[in-house]
Design a protein around this ligand. Structure first.
Ligand SMILES: [Zn+2]
Length: 160
């Protein structure tokens, strides 16, 4: 008699993942970033993963304000694990080639979900203060283009 245990264990692991709310949907959660891709007084573009289900995600800055720009609204988008791994392999191999790095980052962004959760994070500890119930699709932009003026209007979507 053959008992197909591996299949059973895979199903058991996948089932809760589909229902996962993800760890950034939690007040007081400290976000652990895997790779910081860009930063200004703190991360502005980074890879992280859900502490509960392990799904990788991209975090990008939407707006900011405050002392040292420590109050930050980010968007978090799920990313395909394969695309994330390919990206990390490629940028590590061609780290000195900045043009290549930029095009790899673009490929990574295009492999992300079109819908994002908004989170309000305070730094430098990266604590989740609030998160959006709805999904949004704010543009991924360089931190140089991120405005403080839009902060209040984004904040409306982040009930505390
Ligand atoms: Zn999750």
């Amino acid at each position: 008699m053959v008992v197909d245990l591996p299949d059973i264990s895979v199903n058991a692991k996948l089932a809760p993942m589909a229902d996962c709310e993800h760890s950034w949907m939690c007040h007081g959660e400290i976000l652990a970033l895997d790779t910081i891709l860009d930063n200004w007084l703190g991360p502005t573009l980074a890879l992280l993963h859900c502490a509960a289900c392990g799904n990788p995600a991209l975090l990008h800055l939407v707006s900011w304000r405050g002392n040292g720009l420590a109050e930050r609204i980010y968007a978090i988008r799920l990313v395909d694990p394969m695309a994330r791994n390919t990206y990390l392999t490629n940028i590590n191999r061609d780290y000195c080639d900045l043009t290549r790095k930029a095009s790899e980052t673009e490929a990574l962004i295009s492999a992300c979900s079109q819908s994002a959760r908004l989170v309000l994070i305070t730094g430098p500890e990266m604590i989740v203060e609030a998160f959006s119930r709805n999904l949004f699709n704010p543009p991924v932009m360089d931190w140089q283009d991120v405005k403080t003026e839009t902060y209040e209007s984004w904040l409306e979507f982040l009930p505390t």
